[in-house]
Write a protein that binds this ligand. Structure first.
Ligand code: SF4
Ligand code: SF4
Length: 56
């Protein structure tokens, strides 16, 4: 399953900069991952300061 970003997200943008397939965009109050684009590499989870990206 693709990764999902929880409500813990503080919209810092670090994950979007790291995603190799540009699956992450800024949403309403938090960043969001396009499940159809995500290749489950885990890079977003590795750079997030608050552990918001989680594997669904
Ligand atoms: Fe992008 Fe990888 Fe995170 Fe999926 S797991 S959103 S491909 S950085
Ligand atoms: Fe949100 Fe974490 Fe991504 Fe920053 S790195 S935008 S806190 S999910």
């Amino acid at each position: 399953m693709a990764y999902q970003i929880s409500d813990a997200c503080v919209s810092c943008g670090a994950c979007a900069a790291e995603c190799p397939v540009s699956a992450i965009t800024e949403g309403d109050g938090k960043y969001v991952i396009d499940a159809d684009t995500c290749i489950e590499c885990g890079a977003c989870a590795g750079v997030c300061p608050v552990g918001a990206p989680e594997q669904a």
